[in-house]
Structures are given as structure tokens and as C-alpha cells.
Design a protein around this ligand. Structure first.
Ligand SMILES: [Zn+2]
Ligand SMILES: [Zn+2]
Length: 282
């Protein structure tokens, strides 16, 4: 399983996953030309994309969707309420495929479990993508971390989790009060502190990489987000896990897992076994 976060933040979100030559996106919040450029930079292309899964209908997750599906006839997977919301925004019904939140469905060589997340959209979800025992968990827009979320994400090899804002930077910033309240509300976005606490609670010997996603440009600093999670992981005895950043204007590291190799690795030797960093677009 190969994973790259093509873009992340309020200006546009999209995650690339490829398994056995089957490539798909989670969200398409970048423009078509931006997606094309970023996919090319990691050795893929828009014509390789076989499906797009949608977490929720906010603009930063669907910006490129209408153009993409019309131009490339890519099927779009969403639950009913999200599908209705994106059809209102110009996505033709013929491209839509439906899943039920909480119910696993097959997608090419992987199994996808969409799970509910607390966020101010119609029926927002996160995803666990499984290739056998190799799982990736994605939860990028959520206002809080309900108890069952940790259980859903535990045992994943890679996690893409929101670390949106530093509480002090948000509270002391110049944004309107209503917006601050929306962001820090239970259906808004996760602070660095809450993300770190969630991740330390979810960490296991199986977990190799964490991508911190949806960082606020105004109310966060990448190093603050990373330090907060790294500190919490060290405190929980999981200091070996790689904490990677994601970016609004460029792709993240690309990680790839080979189930055979990682099963042969000695757990706890301090190396991110089974993981190959293919490209770092610094
Ligand atoms: Zn959102
Ligand atoms: Zn978002």
C-alpha cells in the first residue's frame, strides 16, 4: 500500500492511495490542474485514478470533483447525504456510488470502512482502508475524538489525522468570534493537544507513520503540531513512530508498505520497518 497526502488544509485536501496498481483518491479538494501536477510529481497521473471517496461535502474536499469526474469519468463513492450535498454542487448523479457509514465495502483490492466523525457537514466520515492486515486510517475533519474513534483507528500501520490548530493561537487570533467557536466546537476541528492525546491513545506496535493533516495556516505552526504529537507518543512509549507533516502547497512524503516485509520485522527495534519513503518533495 502506497500513501501520499497530495494536499492538506483549508485550501484543499486530497489523499492518494495505491494498492497493486489500483489507485484512488480520498477527497478531491484541489483543482484538476493542481491534482494533475501533484500526481505527476509522485509518478502517477489523473488517468490512473479509479475512484474518489468523499469524506464530506465541504468545498476544501470537493473543489476539483465536478471537473474531474466529467473529464475522466471517475466513479465517486459517498454516503447518501453527502452524495445529495455534492450533487447540489454540480456533480452529476451518474458518477455516484453509495456506501453506508459503518459498513465495509470492497474497492478494487482493498476493503474500505467508512466511520462517522463529529463535524459540521451532512454526514461526515473518516475511512479505514485495509489490504489484508495492512490498514490506513484517515480522520481529517473532526471537532472531537469520541471514545470509539480510538478503537476504530487502533492497529493501523499509517494514520492521517487532523492537527488543526494551537489553542492559544486560535483564541488570541484575529478571527471573528463565531468562526473561532465553530473551529473549537465539538463539530469543528481538532486542536494539536487533542490530536496528540488521540494519537498517543491509538498508537500500537503496528503503527509506523502518522501524517498530521489539515493544519491551519493562521492558527498553527507545523513544528508546534509535530512536537505536540511527538511528545505525547514518547510519553506513551511509542517514540519510534514517524510523525510526518502535510502541506497546502505541496505533496507529503510518500510511504509504502509491504505486508510480507513488515511481518518479518522485529517489533520494537526502533526502525519503521516495512516502510519506504519514496519521495520527499521538500
Ligand atoms: Zn470540513
Ligand atoms: Zn476540511
Amino acid at each position: 500500500m502506497k500513501i501520499c497526502i497530495l494536499g492538506s488544509g483549508s485550501s484543499g485536501n486530497s489523499i492518494y492511495i495505491a494498492v497493486d496498481g489500483f489507485s484512488f483518491l480520498i477527497d478531491a479538494g484541489l483543482s484538476g490542474s493542481d491534482l494533475r501536477r501533484r500526481l505527476t510529481s509522485i509518478g502517477s497521473s489523473l488517468s490512473d485514478i479509479r475512484a474518489i471517496l468523499i469524506s464530506h461535502e465541504h468545498h476544501d474536499h470537493i473543489r476539483g470533483l465536478a471537473v474531474l469526474c466529467k473529464k475522466h469519468a471517475v466513479p465517486i463513492y459517498a454516503n447518501r447525504l453527502t452524495a445529495a450535498a455534492i450533487m447540489e454542487k454540480g456533480v452529476p448523479a451518474q458518477f455516484l456510488r453509495f456506501f453506508k457509514t459503518g459498513r465495509d465495502f470492497p474497492l478494487g483490492p482493498v476493503t474500505v470502512r467508512p466511520f462517522p466523525v463529529p463535524h459540521d457537514a451532512s454526514d461526515p466520515v473518516g475511512f479505514v482502508v485495509s489490504e489484508g492486515d495492512c490498514r490506513a486510517g484517515i480522520a481529517t475533519d473532526l471537532g472531537c475524538a469520541p471514545g470509539d474513534l480510538a478503537e476504530t483507528l487502533r492497529g493501523c500501520r499509517a494514520l492521517v489525522v487532523e492537527s488543526n490548530h494551537d489553542r492559544d493561537l486560535l483564541n488570541n487570533g484575529t478571527r471573528p468570534l463565531a468562526l473561532k467557536e465553530r473551529i473549537r466546537g465539538d463539530r469543528g476541528h481538532l486542536s494539536n493537544e487533542t490530536a496528540a492525546e488521540l494519537l498517543a491513545g491509538v498508537a500500537s506496535d503496528d503503527l509506523r507513520d502518522i501524517f498530521l493533516a489539515h493544519l491551519s495556516e493562521e492558527c498553527n505552526r507545523p513544528e508546534m503540531a509535530r512536537m505536540s504529537t511527538e511528545r505525547a507518543l514518547r510519553g506513551a512509549g511509542f517514540g519510534h513512530i514517524a510523525v510526518r507533516l502535510t502541506y497546502a502547497d505541496r505533496v507529503s512524503d510518500v510511504v509504502e508498505y509491504s505486508p510480507e516485509r513488515s511481518e518479518a520485522c522485529v517489533v520494537g527495534e526502533g526502525m519503521p520497518c516495512g516502510e519506504i519513503v519514496i519521495a520527499d518533495d521538500n
